[in-house]
Ligand binder design. Structure first.
Ligand code: ACO
Length: 427
């Protein structure tokens, strides 16, 4: 096989090296395209553009494969916990006991948030969407933790990483507590990372905090499944913002804003809103299946289909099992869940969906579990953000360590040609 790709344009040939990844993926390196051929590539939405070489996450949408640092998502979801996965994603290897204990110890040391931050939270209206609040608070962390990270220093890098991992769950919990008019609190260092988060979110004043172990396990699994997904919209945003050498907190804050949209992390909220809508309409799933198939109708079955996974979403398989266990374990009975099951069954047997390879994606089930766990709908995407935090950090760290250049795409200009300026009186 040739390791060069040849482009022919107007009788001239240009050669470009081909890069092969460890899983056999091929990329044409067009670095010299503009200087040699006077052209650029045009690729709306970067659907076919590799922005970097990365050793963090591998996914194959055709075969439904997802791996973090070479480990199958199925194994990690079954055998590891969220903090181990965070360490793996960020530093490249699974931690031994000593490394893990130190990592969590250092995170706990950083789990205080400056009291002054409460004043910022206070300024938000209660109706504010938690994702907007979280993005702002994360950005504000920069002001309370000034000083740029010396990326040449592993120690500096490490400190910034444990800082954000320590403070982020507090901010997540505070956004929920503000929404629910509960007093702001801090965590309990004797608990694990995810249980501590849960306690901070749900503990009520004067009431003994109690949680079923299966709830924490389900939450932990959900966070693992969301921890990274290679160069998606929010990870690319974190890399892009960080490539200007803006700090880690500012880059993560930008990633949160990117995740907020309904085409990205906001889909889990859209699923529950759709199910609620079907319920309010009388619960006829067949009617909505017909609507989803009708090309004249803009309605789509939220939680079905995926841009990359065209066979099945491996995360959905894992989470479906977990959803069944949690719902049964908690004895949850909810008409919205019955509607979800009905839709799923019909879609999996329907020719339209089967032909187009439209399967339930991870967000179809994650919303259902979050709801069963008592997490408010508007907090769903915030939970996604917490899960994705290690991935964003890993992407940012890799980008800085590799000394990637500032991200700056080009364009094909299609606007007006040079025009004569006219004074306002002549326009
Ligand atoms: N309901 C009904 N029809 C659908 C759906 C759906 N959810 N998704 C795709 N289709 C149909 C399209 O109408 C199209 O039909 P056609 O070939 O007859 O024109 C065909 O399937 C292909 O659809 P595309 O939009 O081209 O597929 P694409 O890969 O661009 O979109 C996407 C993927 C955006 C996820 C889409 O399936 C969708 O909108 N799903 C619902 C939203 C959702 O659940 N998003 C969460 C994704 S998971 C995540 O981000 C973590």
């Amino acid at each position: 096989m040739s390791d060069k790709a040849i482009l022919e344009y107007q009788g001239k040939k240009y050669e470009f090296p081909v890069t092969e990844g460890t899983e056999g993926e091929l990329g044409i390196n067009i670095k010299t395209l503009r200087s040699e051929a006077g052209m650029i590539t045009l690729d709306r939405g970067y659907k076919n553009t590799g922005s970097c070489e990365s050793a963090i996450t591998f996914l194959n949408g055709e075969e439904g494969i997802l791996r973090y640092r070479g480990y199958a998502i199925e194994d990690l979801a079954e055998k590891a916990d969220f903090l181990e996965v965070a360490y793996l994603l960020i530093f490249g290897e699974l931690p031994n006991k000593q490394q893990l204990d130190k990592f969590y110890g250092d995170i706990k040391e950083e789990s205080e948030v400056d009291e002054e931050m409460k004043k910022i939270l206070d300024g938000f209206p209660k109706a504010a969407h938690p994702m907007g609040v979280l993005a702002s608070l994360t950005s504000a962390l920069t002001a309370f933790n000034p000083g740029s990270v010396d990326v040449e220093s592993e120690e500096d890098m490490y400190k910034a990483i444990v800082k954000i991992l320590g403070k982020f769950p507090v901010l997540v919990a505070w956004t929920q507590r503000k929404k629910n008019s509960l007093p702001l609190n801090y965590g309990d260092d004797s608990l694990g990372y995810v249980e501590n988060l849960h306690k901070m979110m749900f503990e009520k004043p004067g009431k003994k905090y109690n949680v079923d172990k299966s709830v924490i396990e389900a939450l932990d699994k959900l966070l693992i499944l969301h921890a990274d997904h290679e160069q998606n919209c929010s990870a690319s945003t974190v890399r892009m913002v960080g490539s200007s050498h803006a700090g880690l907190f500012a880059s993560i804050s930008a990633g949160i804003s990117a995740l907020w949209g309904p085409l990205h992390g906001g889909a889990n909220q859209a699923v529950i809103e759709m199910l609620e809508g079907i319920k309010a309409d009388g619960g006829d799933t067949h009617k909505f299946m017909q609507k989803a198939k009708d090309k004249e109708d803009p309605f789509r079955l939220m939680g079905f289909g995926h841009r990359v996974y065209k066979n099945f979403d491996p995360r959905a398989k894992i989470i479906k099992k977990s959803a069944d266990e949690v719902l049964e374990g908690l004895g949850v009975e909810d008409p919205v869940l019955d509607i979800a099951k009905g839709l799923e069954k019909e879609a999996l047997e329907d020719d339209y969906f089967v032909k187009r390879k439209l399967y339930p994606n991870v967000d179809f089930y994650s919303g259902i579990i979050y709801r069963a766990l008592g997490i408010p709908v508007e907090m769903f995407t915030v939970m996604f953000a917490l899960g994705r935090l290690p991935g964003w950090i890993a992407q940012w760290r890799e980008m800085r360590l590799k000394k990637e250049p500032i991200g700056r795409p080009r364009q094909i200009y299609v606007g007006a040609n040079l025009r004569e300026f006219k004074e306002v009186s002549e326009r």
